[in-house]
Design a protein around this ligand. Structure first.
Ligand code: UT7
Length: 336
């Protein structure tokens, strides 16, 4: 038997129905459709309106979509990883709840938190379990209910984010397809620029923290933009260089959807034409952990076995990186 590589063999997604358009936001904060479109590329985002539903609801729906599309028996899943910046509860893993609800009765499960790099880091983690030879089916879900941590009177953040979830299944591959290489980075000096100040061990929740709105996402957009735009392009270029990939060899760039200008800069650095760049930011905004699997779901029918995919992400922490993966199946709605 040859070397085991970790391949994506199925994809699923879920988006809540409610569309929060730029026009609606114009009635909520001092902004314009024109400003949001030109500065970010976003036209609308989906919002989970139900007050009694958390991130697990989105994650379960995405997993169920994958399971039904691929005829997967959930009892065969070995591990469920949920990447999320908005777990259902501060303590008690969202992944454990999701695994139980989808019938993954033989799986163990855990959450990962690396902000907008959750899914990218999760791909690396899932691949290690598969490559070990001990685990055969790893379900990786990226899910976030960003609307639960946004201040809808703060125009600098509420226009950016949306809710959603995506899921992929990793399985062993013996044809050399799947994850080829990764370059993952972090820099903790960046945490002052993008964070939720209160509710953690450093500043536990109190009447004061609630009054001062310290449980919402704060972002120094300009500073984050500067780091993101150079670092995302750098890591994508590095992955190409060390795998001897030219722009002709790369079939798809799958970039985190934070800002169209950051995506365009990364594609430009890679010398990729627009038709090779996956993009859905105009419809969903920044869904944090869900951007990459939502792209895979939207573009699944266009992907071909053997395609060279370069993933790139940048997020709070700071965390960022790039992954090179060879796609393992032709879609036609069959998932293997
Ligand atoms: O996914 C995690 C990583 N996150 C990112 O990668 C996000 C990176 N940052 C960004 O995408 C951009 O910085 C933003 C989209 C957040 C902001 O765009 P910007 O071009 O950097 O705008 P800015 O923050 O420099 O603000 C420019 C102006 C300011 O007004 P003044 O000071 O020039 O008078 C803001 O007050 O735009 C104003 N502004 C707005 N105007 C209308 C900020 N937000 C809005 C708004 N509508 N929603």
């Amino acid at each position: 038997m040859g070397r085991i590589t970790a391949a994506i063999t199925a994809v699923g997604a879920y988006l809540p129905d409610f569309r929060l358009t730029n026009k609606i936001l114009e009635t909520m904060v001092d902004t314009t459709d024109e400003w949001i479109t030109t500065r970010t590329g976003i036209k609308e985002r989906r919002i989970l309106k139900d007050k009694d539903k958390g991130t697990s609801y989105l994650a379960i729906k995405a997993a169920e979509n994958l399971i039904s599309k691929s005829n997967l028996d959930p009892a065969e899943i070995d591990l469920v990883i949920v990447g999320t910046a908005t777990p259902d509860l501060p303590v008690a893993s969202t992944a454990a709840y999701v695994a139980t609800k989808i019938g993954a009765v033989n799986a163990f499960s855990f959450d990962m938190q690396a902000a907008c790099s959750n899914f990218l880091y999760g791909m690396s983690t899932a691949a290690r379990y598969i490559e070990s030879g001990k685990y055969k089916k790893v379900l990786l879900i990226g899910a976030d209910k960003m609307s639960s941590i946004l201040d809808y009177t703060d125009r600098t953040t509420c226009i950016i984010f949306g809710d959603g979830a995506g899921a992929v299944l990793f399985e062993p591959n013996f044809e050399g397809l799947g994850l080829q290489d990764e370059y993952l980075r972090s820099d903790g000096s960046g945490r002052e620029f993008l964070r939720i100040e209160a509710g953690g061990s450093l500043m536990p929740s109190s009447e004061e923290t609630v009054k001062n709105k310290l449980h919402y996402v704060y972002q120094d957009g300009k500073s984050v933009f500067k780091f993101a735009v150079s670092n995302m392009a750098d890591v994508a270029a590095k992955i190409m260089e060390r795998n001897n990939l030219t722009h002709d060899d790369v079939d798809w760039l799958i970039p985190h959807q934070a800002n169209k200008r950051i995506i365009d800069a990364t594609a430009k650095r890679m010398e990729l034409e627009d038709s090779k760049v996956m993009m859905n930011i105009e419809r969903y905004g920044n869904t944090t952990s869900a951007t990459l699997p939502l792209l895979l779901s939207d573009y699944e029918s266009k992907l071909k076995k053997g395609d060279n995919l370069v993933f790139a992400a940048f997020g709070g922490g700071f965390t960022w990186g790039s992954i090179y993966l060879k796609w393992a199946y032709n879609s036609n709605n069959e998932s293997k």
